[in-house]
Design a protein around this ligand. Sequence first.
Ligand code: 6PG
Length: 253
Amino acid sequence: MSNKRDIIIVDNASELSARGAAIFFKRAKEVVDHKGRFSVALSGGSTPRGMHKLLAEEPYLSRMPWGAIELFWVDERCVPVDDPASNYGVAKEDFVNRIPIPPANVHPMPGEVPPEEGAGEYQRQLEEFFQLGKGASPVFDIIFLGMGTDGHTASLFPGANSVGGSGTWVEAVKGGIPDVYRLTLTYEVLNRAKEICFLVAGKEKALTVRAIFEDREANLPAQKIQLANGKLTWLLDKEAASFMSKEMIHGSS
Ligand code: 6PG
């Protein structure tokens, strides 16, 4: 595992969205030019919404190679798609319905079936999409993650132990706000990505951000994101980074 990471600090949440969209576009272009297909996993929550909306606007709307992009989700709340807590439901409104992406390239987590069933179903979808041999794990081209004030990421919450064991890529868990059943990708999948970009904004996350970088004992889920072989970027706004020490900011990569 590598502890290497880049920390990018921008002025505010709208710059965070702009930078996130630029990272998405650059990576999509590179990967599509190179191998013809780009797999990305997206998070829910409020922070990525600005970035998602920008993806459905120019210059990205007409320049993104949408036909070669495969959209997956990092986690989902087990609620109906039209519930405001549905990550896919919100993303549909924010951008998926407004981009020229083939419907077959959109892979929402099945949040409307019983949680264990949904986890098994998404695991099968990943197996089929990534055409995996025995012992292999999916490798996403990029995954966008968020972080809660308690240090959770995806729906991997502090103190929750994975029950599935090796080879489990999707799990059903309960917790968070709203406190409902959820489906989440596991560390095993997240840590295999070629690139991960955290998007974190707001003063209420500043203490947690400091703990992530400066308190090795904190044992927070977001600290467990350490890529086996990929690029890890923390994209923070000034408020979220406001309690970080200068040494940590400058000595990050
Ligand atoms: C979700 C998530 C979750 C989220 C964090 C941060 O669906 O809730 O994927 O991990 O990224 O809770 O959420 P905010 O961006 O709303 O602070």
